[in-house]
Design a protein. Structure first.
Length: 308
């Protein structure tokens, strides 16, 4: 029998899912080869809710690129349709693309070790390495000359470099990461610098080409890691330190969820790190109308079955 919430019988949709993470930046992956699933903002928010849903920083939908109107390349490629936990669309996700490719490889949907992936920010080439890590091309990184001021919830103010990695970032350098208040969204000034929101990285230099970072992601909040954020942080650190070592250079980036490597090269940036799949199962998603007008109790999780 379908569950009764708010006194009403609700029809459920049954979707297969996979849960994975890259340095504890976690995602739910849905296979939707022919774009048959109705996955809108309400569905994403439900699935990513850590009490009523599976729980994740974002959702990765695997769909053939021929079904994506904005894609004008090879339609036979897999397209990574990435959504933040609040349901908003994101151009790119560095940790997500590694999890996405791990999923495709384990499901025998692609052959490796080199896999081409279509994304909102263009074609990305991803390589499964012999040591188990995954390396992803991240494209070019642009640092703008204009600076912004980031203000945290406790009134702390930090100068920030504006960095574009296919999505927007503002990178600040701090002496102590532990004392940052990131339980609420920091503010950026001028706000018009980022009309569609921004990911905020706070970076501490440890030694040459070695940094630590915390991040507040747009549409999510503070996360354990942000792949594009680590690339932005490495590029900003090179500019901040006026590093003149010839390219390529490799930065080791420590995040709360682990460690990744960022290679800054003449032809762009590359991100290397782990990608782990932890569960496969079946998710019960309420009817689309119910998602809009039924308050789901936080003590009631959707039907989930699977293996960890």
């Amino acid at each position: 029998m379908a569950p009764i919430w708010d006194g009403r019988l609700i029809r459920m949709r049954r979707w297969s899912f996979t849960k994975g993470h890259g340095t504890e930046n976690d995602f739910v992956v849905l296979l939707d080869r022919e774009s048959m699933l109705e996955v809108g903002p309400a569905e994403v928010r439900f699935i990513c809710d850590r009490r009523a849903g599976i729980g994740a920083d974002g959702l990765l939908r695997a769909v053939l690129a021929k079904h994506v109107d904005s894609w004008d390349g090879d339609g036979a490629l897999w397209f990574m349709d990435y959504r933040n936990a609040d349901g908003s669309l994101a151009e790119m996700c560095g940790n997500g693309i590694r999890v996405f490719v791990r999923f495709l490889l384990e499901q025998d949907l692609v052959t490796g070790p080199i896999v081409k992936i279509a994304t909102q920010s263009g074609l990305k080439v991803v390589t499964a390495l012999p040591d188990g890590r995954i390396r992803a091309s991240m494209g070019s990184v642009a640092i703008r000359n204009n600076r912004v001021i980031v203000t945290t919830a406790d009134g702390g103010e930090f100068k920030a470099l504006s960095v574009d990695v296919g999505n927007p970032h503002a990178v600040s350098f701090v002496e102590n990461l532990d004392h940052l208040r990131l339980d609420a969204a920091p503010r950026c000034n001028p706000a018009e610098e980022f009309p569609h929101g921004v990911n905020l990285e706070f970076v501490r230099s440890l030694e040459t080409h070695h940094i630590a970072m915390r991040v507040y992601e747009r549409g999510v909040g503070e996360t354990r890691s942000c792949g594009t954020g680590t690339v932005a942080a490495a590029a900003a650190a090179r500019a901040h330190d006026q590093d003149e070592d010839p390219l390529p250079v490799i930065y080791r980036v420590e995040v709360p969820g682990g460690t990744v490597e960022v290679e800054l090269a003449k032809d762009g940036a590359y991100l290397t790190g782990p990608a782990v799949l932890v569960a496969h199962g079946e998710l019960a998603v309420p009817d689309r109308l119910a998602l809009h007008d039924v308050a789901i109790p936080t003590s009631t999780a959707p039907g989930v079955s699977g293996t960890v």
